[in-house]
Design a binder for this molecule. Sequence first.
Ligand code: FAD
Length: 469
Amino acid sequence: GAGEVKGQVLVIGAGPGGYSAAFRCADLGLQTVLVERHDTLGGVCLNVGCIPSKALLHVAKVIEEAEHISHAGIKFAKPEIDLKGVADYKSGVVKRLTDGLSGMARMRNITVIQGTASFIDEHSVIVNHTKEDKKTVVKFDNCIIAAGSQSSKMPFIPHEDPRIWDSTNALEVKEVPKKMLIMGGGIIGLEMGTVYQKLGSQVDVVIRGPQVMTGTDKDIVKVYTKANEQRFNFMFKTQTQAIIPKEEGIYVEFKGDNAPEPKTYDVVLVAMGRSPNGLKIGLENTNVEVDDKGFISVDNQMRTKVPHIFAIGDIVGGPMLAHKAVHEGHVAAEVIAGHKAYFEPKQIPGIAYTFPEIATAGLSEIEAKEAGINYEVASFPWSASGRAIASDVSGAGLTKLIFDKDTDQLIGGAIVGDNAGELLGEISLALEMDCDAEDIALTIHAHPTLHESVGMAAEIFHGSITDMP
Ligand code: FAD
């Protein structure tokens, strides 16, 4: 028979959403059980997502900068790449963080069970232990589902071939394919492409639409694309027609207006989105509402249709981002502890850690237009930034702010350029604090910095309504 464990709160999944929720529950005095099917805590983000990809992008960035500095009279030899060293560096970064999480769970007396949870009814799950032939029933007063997502699989792609990769395979850095095709022009595909191109791969990117990063404003994307025309062979408005594993490689046929001739690749990386895990956790034994894709519907307190069952993170839809999951996790935990908490953010930042980075927060111009807002854009090109010029990054940078013309309030912002992800912080805070153009323009920004460009953009807008005729 199965053993039994009871908790005031059961959290399913130990990704950023789940561990944040579990930690907050424990900190609020709730007796908490955390079930995770994998060996380590941290979910996709720490193990096979945000963190390992950034460790590899760090390596790639150093190579990029070593090449770039030739513009300033310094020449390094071609890098010698020890792939195992790169993989070890990445694994070390991941291990340090996942070990840290285990320690924090222990400190909080959270009961961690390693296994796969499935609902039996609305007050219990059965956990199939991963490593032993053992089952545990966990009974709970409240549950937070944080079971996340996984790479989408497509019926027309022979995923079983080891040369067809998803992001998890790419993060293993076991080999550097000579010729690589990336399917999809989203963040994950572009980040992994950036890494492999720097390690020596020739990278083609096939994109169904007319631009990378669908949903991002054209002026921002244009700066990125222009800076990457040499790095990647972008195939816009193109789709794969057939993907056929052959002995010499993966043979790919294309279709679309500009479709090239068929080509053979050593590796094809599929980066065409992620699917939520909502259909794999026994929700049919509850009244929790889940759509046919696997997304669970929740209200602004992260509550499902069953009042004591909550859901957070990738599994509830919205941007599939770690920081969103974390904030939702905190809300769910606080609501369970009896607090009046709501998930009603004014902005959720999104960052592509590409070369250069693309960072956005609040509304895009496309969204402002759709919402019928009387808006105005103020942009500051980095070609006019002293710091950008001194650092040799002025050729690919733009800081863009979007203001509501009726109130002067900042409603969105985007930065493309070196370190854009770090620079975005000011825009996120300004949006959350309901800043208007004057607040930002009158803030003294240090000179010479890249973040000065945010102040400059605000001054362009603010100046245009006060100083100019
Ligand atoms: P997950 O992290 O998916 O965690 C869910 C956990 O639940 C997993 O550990 C899983 O094993 C476990 N689980 C699932 N089902 C069960 C079950 N039945 N029983 C027990 N356990 C279960 N986001 C960013 O914000 N910034 C980035 O830079 C970034 N980079 C990324 C790079 C890559 C390559 C990828 C793939 C993703 C990246 N993301 C990034 C997205 C980010 O990883 C996710 O948004 C985030 O991990 C979602 O957190 P979560 O808690 O909802 O779920």
